[in-house]
Design a binder for this molecule. Structure first.
Ligand code: ADP
Length: 459
């Protein structure tokens, strides 16, 4: 079996072999690397200031070599905050209005990708399989090809891929499409993303879809494309949630809601997550259903993210003000309708809260997949499961058809779905939940990893 080389913007390095990594993705990638032996390369998350980064920080742990590099302040500003987070992120989440194009940032993005390729090159063997992750590193294969590497190289995009009209508004779209054409397999979360990619090639007259959409031909190359819905460690997470429900913090949280129905929202603070629309929907729900006054608690857990980007800083204020305003308008002396927690919570507490909640409110305006939706389902009690209210614009909606699907822009529609979820019969809740849980047990994170690697390694 060939060695596997994983390249991602950030790398999860365990302290010693066998240490459990934090997220499902890191678990699956480490398992695949451990099995085949391999390298995980990426940015350390640290800056070398204005000096060129020193040589790679290489650590051998078990069967895996972790290779990390620092980046200069300018690199971090231009490649990461600049182009990745201020152009590609909004464009791929259909937010043309938020993209900020700067020549410096665009050049920085391609420069840092070349830098990664040059750092990686000396570590590579001829038959290594290379798996590149996410929007930060699209041009990496093109750089490696230019240096003469003929290895199998796969790319997986962890965010959505937009339709042609959105994508082609980005000044460097041609270099980005050309960059993707240098891979042997380009993976997306859903068939919709895949269609957007293929449709874009055809619409612009720069390529074709072959074999019913499983292959593409453009810029003189033919390569595979596929939909691989990322997932969680379903079985492990379900067990974890049972254990978590006995946790002291969860018991305290349960006591504090005093028998009210819990509605939960868990998201990084990001404009793609639809948090302001969700708070509006909750407010509407209470106004339209006064019988629920003092009978529900909506808990929104939202850690800060990307505070260096102005839109995120602004959003932090907007959401806090909005939650305060709704509490002021609807609250009573003995009832705070919205509890807003602006930080990360420990995983046992999170799992226990999911299990406690009657409604999981997951309403992004656009999301590649949304793992919170899958975690919420996995955490439920099979004898008394809660209801998932899910945006049709999350990738997860393609699979979790037992959810109440909503259009997050339709505030009243979401308010009605909350009311419907809270009054749903046990039979219907069980039926809907079982359908979703069975799917997630089959399509877990290991399945995602295996399916991608199988398609990358076979012709
Ligand atoms: P994204 O990758 O855009 O942040 P996902 O929903 O796909 O969105 O993944 C988010 C991950 O981060 C989930 O595994 C979720 O449990 C975790 N997470 C999100 N918010 C919190 C929080 N407040 N505390 C702890 N973990 C969180």
């Amino acid at each position: 079996m060939s060695r596997l080389v994983v390249v991602s913007n950030r790398v999860t390095v365990p302290k010693k072999a066998g240490d459990a990594p934090a997220g499902g993705l890191a678990v699956a990638l480490q398992a695949a690397l451990e099995e085949r032996g391999g390298i995980w390369m990426g940015w350390s998350g640290n800056s070398s200031g204005d000096r060129e980064p020193e040589k790679l920080d290489v650590r051998e742990i078990g069967n895996i070599t972790y290779a990390l590099t620092d980046l200069t302040d300018t690199d971090v500003e231009e490649y990461y905050h600049g182009f990745a987070n201020r152009v590609l992120w909004p464009i791929c989440h259909y937010r043309l209005d938020l993209a900020e194009y700067g020549r410096k940032e665009m050049a920085g993005y391609f420069r840092v990708n070349r830098f990664f390729a040059h750092k990686l090159a000396p570590l590579l063997k001829e038959d290594d399989i290379i798996w590149v992750h996410d929007y930060h590193l699209i041009p990496l294969a093109a750089e490696l090809r230019q240096m003469g590497f003929k290895n199998k190289i796969g790319f997986f995009l962890h965010i959505p891929w937009p339709p042609a009209d959105v994508l082609f508004a980005m000044p460097v779209h041609e270099q980005i499409m050309r960059g993707l054409s240098q891979y042997d397999l380009v993976g997306f979360h859903t068939d919709f993303d895949l269609d957007n990619f293929g449709g874009g090639l055809v619409r612009e007259g720069i390529g074709e879809r072959l074999e019913g959409g499983k292959k593409f031909s453009t810029y003189g190359r033919t390569f595979k494309g596929g939909a691989y819905p990322i997932s969680i460690e379903t079985e492990a997470f379900a067990k974890y949630a049972v254990k978590a429900s006995r946790n002291a913090m969860v018991k305290k949280a349960k006591e504090s809601i005093e028998g009210r129905d819990l509605i939960i929202g868990v998201d990084r603070l990001d404009y793609s997550k639809g948090i302001t629309q969700r708070i509006d929907a909750f407010e509407q729900f209470v106004r339209l259903n006064p019988a629920y006054q003092n009978k529900v608690t909506y808990l929104q857990v939202t850690p800060k993210s990307r505070s260096e980007v102005p839109e995120y800083e602004q959003m932090q204020r907007t959401v806090a003000e909005q939650a305060g305003r709704v509490n002021g308008a609807l609250g009573q002396v003995d009832w705070t309708p919205i509890r807003y927690v602006n930080r990360s919570v420990p995983r046992p507490l999170l799992a226990g809260l999911y299990r406690l909640a009657k409604i999981g409110l997951v309403t992004p305006l656009r999301d590649g997949m949304n793992l919170v939706a899958k975690e919420y389902v996995a955490a439920q009690d099979p004898e008394d499961p809660g209801v998932l209210v899910l945006s049709r614009f999350a990738g997860a909606a393609r699979e979790l058809t037992g959810a109440l699907l909503v259009n997050p822009y339709d505030i009243e529609g979401t308010a009605h779905a909350i009311a419907r979820g809270l009054s749903m019969s046990l039979d219907e809740r069980k039926q809907r939940w079982e359908k979703m849980m069975n799917h997630l047990l089959e399509y877990d994170i290991n399945r995602w990893c295996d399916d991608f690697l199988k398609d990358l390694t076979t012709d």
